[in-house]
Design a protein around this ligand. Structure first.
Ligand code: AMP
Ligand code: ZN
Length: 309
């Protein structure tokens, strides 16, 4: 079992108020929260506002299921960097007697895990991962590269917590830029500015910070320090449950990490880099409820217009 993180008093109180209002629905498992109609409406409206904010960029849409290939997360380095967050799909392949024993144990909530074995599917940990192998299949990219919109994808990270902003299953919307290094850097700057503007129109005070990924272990601490030093990751942070701001969107520059692994290059032999902007859709939705109250009908007119125009 992954370590459960206790909520701070402010986070616990915010979660309780969301449950009492029917905005979030308790499933009994920490970090796995259902969403009521009003929460869902705001979440969808924010997703649409992001689409409008993407402007005139030549964007290609790709959609993937919330499960992805085990082979790909073995290949792309996820298990090396984030073994503590991964979720794997196991399934039953036994005989009749084993099925009966599994059921007998399950009925008394005893351990039945020995009757299941690993499959070729894992839970998708970030929306952008399935994009790289797809782009690699095309061979060399045109010199101006590509921008891919993953849509709002269900992702999983095994970090159980009492903080409503730290879910195990949530929506992530990403725009992935693959192309010339200068184009990737520009893309990140443009999206950082666009996103600050969007959040400002939504009445959210979001600060930009240099950040790092939660890499695992001792080697991970070095990777994180390096990532910060090179300013490869920025986050926009906002108030959600407690007094400490939480990341609601991230802006990531992977340099040649994925293009090396997947052998992605540009036509004529040019080097390709990748970057992505990732929105934590539930966190933005929570930040809106935190900033404007639990009843969207009473939100400021300009915020409502931005969401439901
Ligand atoms: P990351 O790939 O870690 O930068 O995550 C992208 C975005 O997803 C973050 O900026 C957050 O807004 C959101 N996010 C990350 N982890 C969680 C979580 N456990 N629960 C809810 N949202 C999350
Ligand atoms: Zn990404």
């Amino acid at each position: 079992m992954a370590t459960y993180r206790e909520a701070s008093p402010g986070q616990a109180a915010f979660l309780q108020s969301l449950l009492d209002a029917g905005l979030l629905l308790d499933t009994g498992a920490p970090g796995l929260l259902g969403q009521g109609a009003v929460f869902d409406d705001v979440r969808e409206a924010f997703t649409a506002a992001v689409t409008r904010a993407s402007g005139a960029d030549p964007i290609e849409s790709m959609r993937f299921p919330p499960l992805t290939s085990t082979f790909e997360i073995e290949k792309n380095g996820y298990l090396a960097s984030f073994p503590h967050l991964a979720g794997t799909v196991y399934s039953f392949e036994g005989d009749d007697a084993q099925a009966l024993e599994l059921e007998a144990r399950a009925a008394r909530h005893a351990d039945w895990s020995e009757f299941q074995s690993k499959t070729d599917a894992v839970l998708l940990p970030a929306a952008c991962y399935p994009v790289y192998p797809q782009i690699a299949r095309r061979g060399p990219l045109p010199s101006d590269g590509v921008i891919v919109d993953t849509g709002s994808a269900w992702v999983f990270r095994n970090e159980p917590s009492g903080d409503p902003a730290r879910m195990r299953s949530f929506h992530m919307r990403e725009f992935v830029r693959i192309g010339d290094p200068a184009d990737v850097a520009t893309f990140r700057d443009v999206w950082l500015e666009r996103t600050v503007d969007l959040f400002t129109r939504l009445g959210l005070v979001a600060e930009s910070e240099v950040a790092s990924d939660p890499f695992f272990g001792r080697v991970g601490r070095m990777l994180a320090a390096n990532q910060r030093e090179q300013e490869l990751k920025f986050e926009l942070v906002a108030l959600i449950g407690g007094p400490e701001p939480t990341a609601i969107a991230s802006f990531n520059y992977h340099q040649d990490h994925f293009t090396q692994i997947y052998e992605i290059g540009l036509e004529g032999g040019g080097i390709a880099h990748t970057g992505c902007v990732a929105f934590g859709i539930e966190r933005v939705t929570l930040a809106l409820f935190r900033a404007h109250g639990l009843d969207p009908r009473a939100w400021p007119a300009e915020v409502r217009a931005e969401l439901w125009s």
